[in-house]
Design a protein around this ligand. Sequence first.
Ligand SMILES: [Zn+2]
Length: 409
Amino acid sequence: MTQLPLRAQLAAALGRTAATLSRVTGRGDGSVIGGRVGLILEPDLLRRLAADRRLALVSATNGKTTTTRLITSALQELGEVATNAFGANMPAGHVSALSQHKHAPYAVLEVDEKYLPEVLDTTGAAVVCLMNLSRDQMDRAAEIWLLAQKWRHALQGRDTHVIANCDDPLVTWGASTAQRVTWVSAKQRWREDSWCCPECGGPLDRKDDDWACRECTFRRPEPTWYLADNAVIDPRGRTWPLDLQLPGRANQANAAIALATAEAFGLPVERALPRLREVRSVAGRYTTVERDGRVLRLLLAKNPAGWLEAFDVADPALPIILSVNAQGPDGRDTSWLWDVDYRVLQGRPVYVTGERRLDLALRLHVAGVHFELCPKFGDAVDAQAPGKIDVIANYTAFQQIRAEFGRAV
Ligand SMILES: [Zn+2]
């Protein structure tokens, strides 16, 4: 790897110092502040740090952090990998991740959907993974169409190798200007944001995973990788049982994307898959924490599609605690709660907590789900008999629970 110019070296070193100071003073993991300091001193730092490495960028509404982790685990078979493991997914976080592993020949970076064009342009990444697009707390459907349009412009005319989920029409549209795309049938549970053709606005006809516009030529491309029942079928038709430790169908989709990405880096499935199976939790997600014999499994769900995935993971035989906040990172508007179908919780012991518990309580009441309202998360835990309990929380609620129970990863 070529040596960074002196100014960039200095910027990277000072950024690392700032990150260390931030950590030792208990102000967080330091990844953002360190990168910000570096970028102020050398605005071109990200470009310089990315040069001479093979990079994969990972973007989606849901599953970015987990998929980034899975791809990183796989590529460690090939050598050292720089990555933003804790979800600092904007350029300052990328600078920090790359400067912490200056000599890593590979990098896997989770990228915020809106920043993807800028980060792709700056880093010239060889591979981009695009998985799903759905309404987020702050983004309504029209805005994700604009995002996909920006992806199209960013990918046009580039030789980037795109790995994309062709079961998501909006992702397909966003990826389809790229010269080279590996299409993965990674499934799509949440369909509420893709009933219309992103190209012409006409209705999409759907049959199982297949889809096609009724009014124009836009249709699902033929995939070369498929997610089947807990297995991935590769382009040569071989079936690989996944047997992940991470639970749920969403993580099987993430694994399918990760295996296709690993192959784009020259890593065959037989070497990548055992690495994916080693991953047990990602930035605290799926972790279990224990208090007084109560074993809580923590599931993060930030938007309607994420709640659907969390319901898929949650054990119907167990009590469930739901915690909803509406601080800045959650989005202050909780109207998205009305987009989630909660009827799957009917008949289960449900406990509702978090700062916006009343909003969720009203929604559950309308859905005919019985629940108990708990002012504090601790009250909801104390109300349980010893044993296993599932917890679904949105972003800041999840962070509060992790802080209360220790930041086990
Ligand atoms: Zn159309």
